[in-house]
Design a protein around this ligand. Structure first.
Ligand code: SF4
Ligand code: SF4
Length: 160
């Protein structure tokens, strides 16, 4: 039986009881992003921003990872005037080639998980929105997201 890509792609969940706050997920995500940068982006020193950030949990005396929920009615996707945000195989994804860096998505995300970064290309400042895309390029090739893979306690889990 053929398995559709949509049914293969998994979403992230966190078990706060198991999270050590060690930031292995964050480091793995950042390293994965850096590995995909083009030579031009590396030469221009495009900042490396992890899409999962270990932060103080509301109502808990500990830190846990924060990341995009890939909301069903995603404000970021609806608000983007450049139509740079799309849903692919269930994941809400920012397309760098269309992003104008206006920051409206960052302001509209109720979970605060979009980060704007700027860098210089040929003397001009380029600004882009950054967030989790569920490591779609890995998942469609039957590999798990980097944060999930790196977590030493399996505090990050995958679900359909
Ligand atoms: S960036 Fe924010 S609004 Fe957009 S899908 Fe993720 S959690 Fe939802
Ligand atoms: S910053 Fe980019 S992705 Fe966000 S709303 Fe503006 S154009 Fe869209």
């Amino acid at each position: 039986m053929k398995v559709s890509i949509e049914s293969k792609v998994k979403f992230l969940a966190t078990n706060p009881d198991l999270c050590l706050g060690c930031r292995s997920c964050e480091l793995a995500c950042g390293a994965g992003k850096a590995a995909k940068y083009t030579p031009e982006e590396r030469n221009s020193k495009r900042p490396i921003v992890p899409s999962i950030i270990v932060t103080q949990a509301q109502g808990l005396n500990k830190k846990i990872p924060a990341y995009c929920r890939h909301c069903e009615n995603s404000f970021c996707l609806q608000l983007c005037p450049a139509k740079a945000i799309t849903r692919e195989h269930g994941a809400v994804k920012i397309n760098d080639d269309k992003c104008t860096g206006c920051g409206i998505c960052e302001q509209g995300c109720p979970y605060g998980v979009i980060t704007m970064t700027s860098y210089k290309v040929n003397e001009r400042t380029k600004t882009l929105a950054n967030k989790c895309d569920l490591c779609l390029d890995r998942q469609i090739n039957d590999r798990t997201p980097l944060c999930y893979t790196a977590c030493p306690t399996k505090a990050i889990t995958l679900h359909s």
